[in-house]
Design a protein around this ligand. Structure first.
Ligand SMILES: *[C@@H]1O[C@H](CO)[C@@H](O)[C@H](O)[C@H]1NC(C)=O
Ligand SMILES: *[C@@H]1O[C@H](CO)[C@@H](O)[C@H](O)[C@H]1NC(C)=O
Ligand SMILES: *[C@@H]1O[C@H](CO)[C@@H](O)[C@H](O)[C@H]1NC(C)=O
Ligand SMILES: *[C@@H]1O[C@H](CO)[C@@H](O)[C@H](O)[C@H]1NC(C)=O
Ligand SMILES: *[C@@H]1O[C@H](CO)[C@@H](O)[C@H](O)[C@H]1NC(C)=O
Length: 324
């Protein structure tokens, strides 16, 4: 199913989109490993330190925390974003800002995209009570941001547009997650009405689709009512009551044909040993608006564990193929 692609978008926390045939795109979301031990070496120095690719590693021997630059990705600090941009190369572009100052401080939720997808517009907003300035929701563990982008691509000579919202909800505050989901739903419906084209949301929700912490998932999928959000934001992205009144987001894992949903269920595994499943959960999601204009072709949660025992992240990358 996941065959060679001719074109693509990557988003981060990480997310990627790739256009591969007449009308298909690959979107990837990946919460990178946090860069807790920055070593300030170049991408080339990192590549130079890698094992000879023809040499067998010592299987499952490495368990210590390692330097990002030596092998992996994680929650994207500016250094990682710059490294990724270098590794993706000139055929790719990216957008994003650091969530702490709206410039470069703190984690990014960037979107990387291949250049045959053209960026039409972008903006950033905070999932807080003051969405248009860097700000933290009361009780949240961190400042939380959303990267919003409107793209255009050409499919068999026909222009196709779509919106993508990439985000990372709070790990501590369920109230923040419910607020964030409510804001994302308002913004997604606005874009669906404004553009009449597909809307996708990707992100680490830091909460599963079932159980006591499933408020954000239930709100975004229309199974629970949204909570009150900042009035300035609500006014800016208001639509008329009769415009897509039943708008909600559909979980692309459930939309894809079953035979094309492969590999793993959990998207978070923690940094535990391979036999310890106690923290495993599906918390990284990709949604499509029910105004449609897309078809989900397949989804795959891959692995972050390599043969030598290194975990590239405490999350797994999630790949979704969609046609637009
Ligand atoms: C499964 O994925 C492949 C490749 O993306 C696609 O061509 C095919 O139509 C999908 N299968 C179904 C049943 O949709
Ligand atoms: C990282 O390395 C660059 C180039 O050697 C140097 O200019 C910069 O000061 C270093 N930054 C830190 C935080 O050590
Ligand atoms: C809503 O957000 C705007 C922009 O961030 C802010 O100026 C305003 O004070 C907020 N409203 C309330 C009631 O907090
Ligand atoms: C795509 O967006 C551009 C810029 O807003 C607009 O001019 C164009 O008509 C749109 N095309 C479609 C097919 O929606
Ligand atoms: C995983 O394997 C290790 C080593 O055999 C063992 O000590 C540990 O108890 C196991 N953990 C679980 C959760 O089974």
């Amino acid at each position: 199913m996941f065959t060679e692609l001719s074109n693509a978008v990557i988003l981060l926390q990480i997310l990627a989109i790739a256009v591969h045939s007449a009308a298909a795109m690959r979107i990837v979301t990946y919460n990178l490993r946090f860069d807790s031990q920055p070593d300030n070496i170049t991408v080339q120095e990192s590549l130079n330190s890698l094992l000879d690719p023809l040499q067998q590693p010592a299987f499952l021997t490495l368990t210590k925390e390692d330097y990002h630059s030596e092998w992996g990705f994680q929650e994207a600090l500016v250094r990682q974003v710059n490294d990724l941009a270098e590794l993706f190369g000139p055929e790719w572009s990216w957008i994003g800002v650091g969530r702490d100052d709206g410039v470069a401080a703190g984690e990014f939720s960037p979107i990387f995209f291949k250049n045959d997808v053209k960026l039409i517009s972008k903006d950033f907003f905070w999932l807080s009570n003051t969405p248009f300035e860097p700000s933290k929701f009361p009780g949240a563990g961190s400042i939380r941001i959303c990267t919003a982008a409107f793209f255009s691509t050409s499919v068999g000579g026909t222009q196709k547009n779509f919106t993508l919202l990439n985000t990372h909800l709070d790990d501590q505050s369920d109230a923040q997650r419910r607020l964030g989901a409510s804001m994302l739903l308002v913004r997604a419906r606005f874009e669906a009405v404004r553009t009449g084209t597909p809307v996708f949301i990707t992100g680490d929700f830091n909460s599963p689709s079932t159980g006591p912490d499933s408020g954000a998932y239930n709100i975004i999928t229309g199974a629970a009512p949204p909570v009150a959000i900042n009035a300035t934001f609500a006014d800016k992205y208001a639509v008329k009551p009769d415009q897509l009144p039943d708008f909600k987001m559909l979980d692309l894992r459930g939309q894809a044909p079953r035979r094309n949903v492969s590999a793993n269920f959990a998207t978070f595994t923690g940094f535990s040993a391979p036999n310890d499943t106690s923290s495993w959960a599906r918390i990284d999601f990709m949604f499509g608006g029910n105004n449609k204009g897309w078809t989900a072709e397949g989804q795959k949660a891959a692995t972050s564990l390599s043969d030598d025992g290194v975990l590239a992240s405490d999350h797994r990358p999630v790949f979704t193929d969609v046609s637009i």
